[in-house]
Ligand binder design. Structure first.
Ligand code: UDP
Length: 325
């Protein structure tokens, strides 16, 4: 299949592109390289530097490549940053996606896989969270993703557009090949920050909040290995291509780990001790986000292959020690 992947040079994007090319698909990566890395795109995928808000350029690219579907990763992702600079999140995540959707409509592409997030649930009442839980984000990042989900629902109801929205829990780890991995600048995510501390690049790791209503007082997240997450995209693509209806799926393991548990596992994997400091809560953080992923399993036939925190952190550590970008 011919697939265009926006944000394909980013963390989740590049792991998905690697899998899709290995499966024999013809991939065009569109990325403005604001956060992505050119080196993360495999040689057998085509790369074009372009911003999704550049409608004219995007139209030309689509008319030439003629993708059968789009996988849309390109977005700003940091919760904390979204509370400091919400407008940029609306411009990039909402306006950017609307530009992409209008260009798709103009060029006759009617299938999209959208990167959504567990942040759309805010502080959910039911844990593990089913997809039927109300969408009530508590930070601007989650709001922008919820906004796009609403737009997708409306547009698909009254046009040919078919979409799958994948609500990611916490993507983590790296491809075991060591060729690609997580590389954000600045890095804000827990696991890479802990590993940079273990490596000696940072003096200490901060725990943001120790007074949450969880067993050890720190936030609980559902960390899903990046290759299991990439697989969900492949399955979603096959689902849409075989006539599947628009749908929304959680992507997680249904199991959560606290910030303290992550730090402990990182100490075990790296065999390093390092300084841990307790700080106040980070704005916009829900206490617990754990997926109910029954729907992903039953409808897309997804199976967790790497549901093992030690393995996840080992692959992230391997990448951290041998980073190519
Ligand atoms: N976190 C932390 N210290 C850090 C970075 C993150 O305690 O230096 C916490 C954060 O508050 C959240 C969890 O780790 O509860 C996961 O955060 P991350 O940014 O990795 O992912 P998010 O859940 O925000 O998508």
């Amino acid at each position: 299949m011919k697939i265009a992947v926006t944000g394909g040079a980013g963390y989740i994007g590049s792991h998905t592109v690697k899998l899709l090319t290995e499966e024999g698909h013809n991939i065009l990566v569109i990325d403005n390289l604001y956060n992505g890395h050119r080196e993360a795109v495999p040689d057998n995928a085509t790369f074009i530097k372009c911003d999704i808000r550049d409608i004219e350029n995007l139209k030309e690219i689509f008319n030439e490549f003629k993708p059968e579907a789009v996988i849309h990763f390109a977005a700003f992702i940091e919760v904390g940053e979204s509370t400091k600079n919400p407008l940029s999140f609306y411009i990039n995540n909402v306006s950017g996606t609307l530009s992409l959707l209008s260009t798709m409509e103009e060029t006759g592409i009617d299938k999209i896989i959208f990167s959504s997030t567990a942040a759309v649930y805010g502080n959910p009442k039911t844990v593990p969270i089913p997809e039927t839980e109300p969408v009530k984000p508590i930070n601007p990042y989650g709001q922008t993703k919820a906004c796009v989900e609403k737009a997708l629902k409306d547009i698909s109801q009254f046009s040919n557009l078919k979409y799958v929205s994948l609500r990611y829990f916490n993507a983590a780890g790296a491809d075991p090949s060591g060729l690609i991995g997580e590389s954000h600048n600045p890095e804000t995510h827990l696991i890479p920050l802990v590993l940079k501390t273990a490596k000696g690049e940072r003096e200490q790791i901060s725990i943001f909040g120790t007074d949450y209503p969880t067993p050890d007082g720190t936030c609980i997240r559902d960390y899903i290995h990046i290759n299991d997450l990439a697989k969900a995209h492949l399955l979603a693509l096959e689902y849409l291509m075989s006539g599947g209806e628009s749908n929304v799926f959680n992507c997680g393991y249904g199991k959560g780990y606290s910030v303290r548990e992550i730090i402990d596992m990182a100490k075990k994997v790296t065999e390093k001790d390092f300084k841990v400091v307790e700080e106040k809560r980070r704005e916009g953080d829900p206490a617990i986000l754990v997926a109910d992923s029954k729907k992903l399993k039953s409808i897309l036939n997804w199976k967790a292959e790497f549901d093992d925190l030690e393995f996840i952190i080992k692959t992230a550590w391997n990448w951290e020690l041998n980073r190519r970008f």
